[in-house]
Design a protein around this ligand. Sequence first.
Ligand SMILES: CC(C)(COP(=O)(O)OP(=O)(O)OC[C@H]1O[C@@H](n2cnc3c(N)ncnc32)[C@H](O)[C@@H]1OP(=O)(O)O)[C@@H](O)C(=O)NCCC(=O)NCCS
Length: 366
Amino acid sequence: MDTPTQTANPTTHVNAKARALALMDPILRPGSAVAPEFPLVFGSNARGWVVVSESEGEDASACAGVVRELVAGPERVACAFLGSVVTAEAHRGRGLARHTLATAEDRARKEGAVLAFLWADEAEVYAGMGWRPAGTEFDFRLDDNQRTFLPDAEGVRAARAEDAEAIYTLYCEHEQRVERSLDEQRQLLAVPGVTTLVREVGGKVTAYGCVGRGADLQGVLHEWGGEGVEVLHVLAGHLDLRDDEGLDEDLFLMLPSGATGLLEYLSLTRCPGAKGVLGLAKVLCLEGAAKLLRGHLPSGVEACIEGATVALRRGGKSISLDADALLDLLLPPAGEGRIQRKVERRLGVTLASLPLAPFIWGLDSI
Ligand SMILES: CC(C)(COP(=O)(O)OP(=O)(O)OC[C@H]1O[C@@H](n2cnc3c(N)ncnc32)[C@H](O)[C@@H]1OP(=O)(O)O)[C@@H](O)C(=O)NCCC(=O)NCCS
């Protein structure tokens, strides 16, 4: 389907997937292909979509998007994941990527997305378009020293197609995740460049871990599931596999803040690591974000939309937050709580259930 939108200039098409890929492939994956890496956008019956903008009668700029449900403990938030933003070289510097992304944001908003996420190597390109670093992830480097603490890789083997259901069950046990169907889980595990190992004990898969994903996340264990110690066996399996393949570089491990057992273990074993930013994000719907915030305000604090801001009031005290400040309050970058402290001080309250702690596992980024 190729539906031109009402945008006057430049002309924009939503869901022109073949046309989007013709722009994306040579820029993002020269000699290779974008589509197999993003089955939730480009797979058959995928719910994701693309935006293509024309300039001077040619397809000039494109991006991909999909609206997903973020699960962060009891909280569920509709979020857009946008990515693969490109403009053909001859058309760069004329505001086309800005226009294409704005069209994608409108589309996501219509689908009910409250927030949007995007992953980019060059964050500064997107800063002027309203995207800010947001959320928290932990990244650890499993160096040689770390190996000495790990159990061996007993019971660890390459995942097979029939493991998908067990893997999906383990994935769904995460309190911080993005909702997926079993079919989507299967498609994500089949993305080229993903190496998945499982640990099997007594005929049951007790843990899994995925390294790599297409051209991205090579050398990174970006998705795993299972109880802490079970995951350590899988980690050991991936390290052994790297040895077998003659790969010298250290393996990296990504974790959410809720992986407290593993985080404690890594800290006790002095594994080098740091708190990082989850991605770039943006508030797409101020009312939706205000509603989300209201669920985390103590009684007596009101949140009302006033123009382009959300005004928080308690008695005679008030503070106004624009979309950026609201994002910082809900999802501060790497857990930095500057805006939260400011709000708490101004209103004289404690926002005990903030910030939100979503996590987006590597297979879901686009
Ligand atoms: C990045 C890219 C999409 C920008 O496309 P574009 O159509 O030239 O961008 P626009 O003209 O809409 O510019 C939008 C903003 O980004 C800024 N920008 C664009 N390219 C930039 C760069 N290389 N470095 C820093 N800022 C940049 C512009 O200055 C502009 O900001 P402003 O309006 O505040 O001045 C394009 O250069 C590209 O395809 N690059 C290669 C692929 C890539 O890296 N994609 C990102 C994958 S997520």
